[in-house]
Design a protein. Sequence first.
Length: 478
Amino acid sequence: MKQVLHFIDGEFVPSEDGRTFDNINPATGERIGTVAEGGRAEIDRAVRAARRAFRTWGRTTAQERAAILHRIANLIEENLEELALLETQDTGKPLTLSKSLDIPRSAYNFRFFADFVKGLSTETFEMEGVALNYALRRPVGVAGLISPWNLPLFLLTWKVAPCLAAGNTCVIKPAELTPMTATKLAEICKQAGLPDGVLNVVHGFGPDAAGQFLTEHEDVDLISLTGETTTGKAVMRSAANTLKRLSFELGGKNPNIVFADCDFEDAIATTVRSSFVNQGEVCLCGSRIYVERPLYDKFVAALVDRARQLKVGDPLDAATDVGSLISEEHLARVDGFVRRAVEEGGRVLVGGRRPEHLKAGAFYEPTVIVDVDETCEITQQEVFGPVVTVQPFDTEEEVVRLANNTHYGLSATLWTSNLKRAHRIAGELEAGVIWVNTWFLRDLRTPFGGMKQSGIGREGGVHSFEFFTELKNVCIKL
Ligand code: NAD
């Protein structure tokens, strides 16, 4: 049984009132530990520590900060096996995925921003003979970083690394369902020489709890949240009184558009991945698949066949493709979407249930649904599970309209060998991230984030630093 504690001002501490909640491994249903449940008192202490630490950390040089960030990256790599196991125990995702994606990318997030910050520049404008303007970049202050459960360390470090690289300090509120790798990161940061108070972790829940208290706190300057769209709306409301700077990476209902002239093998293999990797619990998963009518039957048959072949089961088994969903509650939610899709006329071609051979754990079979249209709940709401719909289309105009017909606008994928069409449609799609003939291929320098209700702001490269720094213009009369 692990006891997961808060990390405040360089110390691991329980809650003042001793409150805890259970940590459950969703793949077994077993209680694997207890987690300190933070409230106002812990958030207050953590924010005070972060403010104190900011006075010195905010004045270090980029070189000094980058050196520590590289040490953190090294330690993440040295602790890869342990971190991967913790991530899998918390989430139910296959251990092979934690080892090959979650943890390596977490280390790389630190390396990338450590290097990037050293080359960061600002702008200069000369008013010839009159004045010279130049901008100074400064850290903002204390950041509240709130992360989700689906890629816990991966998405947390995507925020922590630029936040610290820019010279801010932070209070982290990890998702309540996945507390372990954030806690291990705190230990690693201390070992790497990060000064006390620069990074603090307070565990707990969201609404009317640690998460909300962090977003309301008057001494927190900025909030970066990755989570559901409804959470973004709640955080915006509670951060309004203190006018905090906000960055939101929220939900998606991403279209995957397949034209008949695509490279079929590439499109189908990648679509299987973009539908079911990490149990479909990736914000970028393509959950609405649109296939040009001449290819529709062949594509659906192949997708169903390959979905059926995926091995659902024990996340610790190297042969497993699809692990457990995050919780029983989430499984019930996913299943509810499928049931209602059927009531609306949808046909489940594969999946739509728990696998019979698995007695314990929140497992759900990869699911393909057809015969739905744009008025159905399943094509409008984010399911965040191993469930996709497939619909045929006839024209470019029709598919662009269908793809854009949602409140979301995170990512989109396009499969075609027609270059002109690819450029044309990429320009029309309402999504912050568009992939053509690929999926989840990431260059960390590029802007990442969502349009419409999928988010506010962009992360990645200079965009992360635009959020985590203040620019001051200095105008000197010549
Ligand atoms: P969630 O919104 O339920 O929780 C995210 C975090 O916010 C958790 O730490 C939670 O405790 C906290 N929180 C919840 N309510 C809060 C409140 N009122 N005030 C402050 N904090 C609060 O999301 P989740 O279920 O953990 O993650 C899944 C969601 O995240 C999906 O919608 C998915 O699309 C989205 N997501 C988006 C991206 C992206 O990059 N756009 C990436 C991953 C996940």
